[in-house]
Design a protein around this ligand. Structure first.
Ligand SMILES: [Zn+2]
Length: 358
């Protein structure tokens, strides 16, 4: 098979306006989308009143696929768009298998709908032992997707996490048939995120041990930051008042960053390239980063992800938060800024409108 190298174009979201937005604020974000993609959002809403479409999100693990899909849904149409995560489905499926009554119902469904090369009994047995990750064959995932999507009714779907491996790319061609949407347009959305961005996101993420809220020490801090004199380290304090000042902690293994998922990232990259070389399906190319020397021309300053660092005021003992534009090296070693999700979603909205020819 011929696999092309993909050039992800830089999308221009800069406009001639002195208006500035805080993109972390819900209301300001709505105003931002109105200004930058209002016309397209209107068209999409009109289109969705009578039509549906299917999007396959393809990006490396932790590239923000879910974030972009959920924001698109929030901005365009909360009721008619559904973000469907295969990963979440598989995790739920695992629970069902452990429940006797639900399992019976599931097996009777699969007996009618599963066609594959591994016997159903064998799959169920391995699932009971909770060794799902290695054994769930594509054919079984397809049967499950069909069941779950049928339950949700006629909607526009953003399918996140499918296809998972190279063999599944061809499945996506007749995926539409599986969900009885023969006439629905479908679109591949390919996402390019520098590995340095994924690495930093993993390395700095922390969670609250009580309410499990996830944050990031350098990218998404809480309101209160604490300095530990003994450890000589800064810690985020959970914003949730019920957690009574709980200190957020790093999950085991996260300090290693992308190291443990290197192979997976390589497979994901191959998959993206292969999907790109598939004819007959429109493709939307999204990029998370913009080279520093092109930033002025293409984006507005407030669209850049800020990076936070901390300093201790020796006299007052208070922690000072320092904010600056987050800069990383992309996979080719070019200094880049990483974009916040909203400008990427503006690009998504505009490109999908174009792909749908509306
Ligand atoms: Zn908490």
């Amino acid at each position: 098979m011929r696999v092309k190298n993909i050039e992800f174009p830089i999308f221009k979201t800069k406009i001639d306006s002195s208006k500035k937005f805080d993109l972390t604020d819900f209301n300001q974000r709505q105003a931002y989308f109105d200004l930058k993609a209002g016309k397209e959002i209107k068209k999409l809403r009109e289109y969705l009143k009578k039509n549906t479409f299917i999007v396959y999100l393809l990006g490396k693990k932790n590239s923000g696929k879910g974030t972009y899909a959920k924001m698109f849904k929030e901005v365009v149409d909360k009721d008619r768009i559904e973000h469907f995560s295969i990963g979440d489905m598989v995790r739920k499926f695992d629970e069902v298998v452990q429940d006797k009554k639900k399992r019976k119902e599931l097996i009777s469904f699969l007996e009618k709908n599963y066609r594959g090369f591994i016997p159903l009994e064998e799959i169920i047995k391995s699932l009971e032992k909770r060794s799902t990750k290695t054994l769930l064959p594509s054919e079984l995932i397809l049967a499950l997707v069909k069941k779950e999507i049928a339950k949700k009714g006629r909607k526009t779907f953003f399918i996140d996490g499918f296809p998972r491996d190279l063999g599944q790319v061809s499945y996506s061609l007749f995926f539409r048939d599986l969900i009885d949407y023969r006439e629905d347009p479908d679109i591949f959305v390919l996402i390019d995120v520098p590995e340095a961005v994924i690495d930093e996101r993993i390395k700095h993420r922390v969670i609250c041990p009580l309410c499990q809220t996830s944050r990031s020490l350098n990218l998404f801090p809480t309101k209160k930051v604490e300095y530990d004199k003994k450890e000589k380290k800064f810690h985020l304090i959970c914003d949730n008042s019920e957690c009574r000042g709980a200190r957020m902690v790093q999950k085991e293994g996260d300090a290693l960053g992308i190291e443990p998922i290197k192979e997976r990232l390589k497979t994901d990259e191959k998959l993206i390239k292969q999907a790109f070389s598939l004819y007959g399906i429109p493709k939307v190319l999204l990029r998370n980063s913009v080279p520093v020397d092109k930033a002025k021309e293409f984006i507005d300053d407030y669209e850049i992800t800020p990076e936070y660092s901390y300093e201790l005021d020796k006299n007052s003992g208070e922690v000072k938060i320092v904010e600056k534009p987050w800069q990383v090296l992309d996979d080719n070693g070019v200094p880049c800024y990483s974009l916040m999700p909203p400008p990427v979603v503006v690009s998504l909205i505009k490109q999908i409108t174009k792909a749908l020819k509306i």
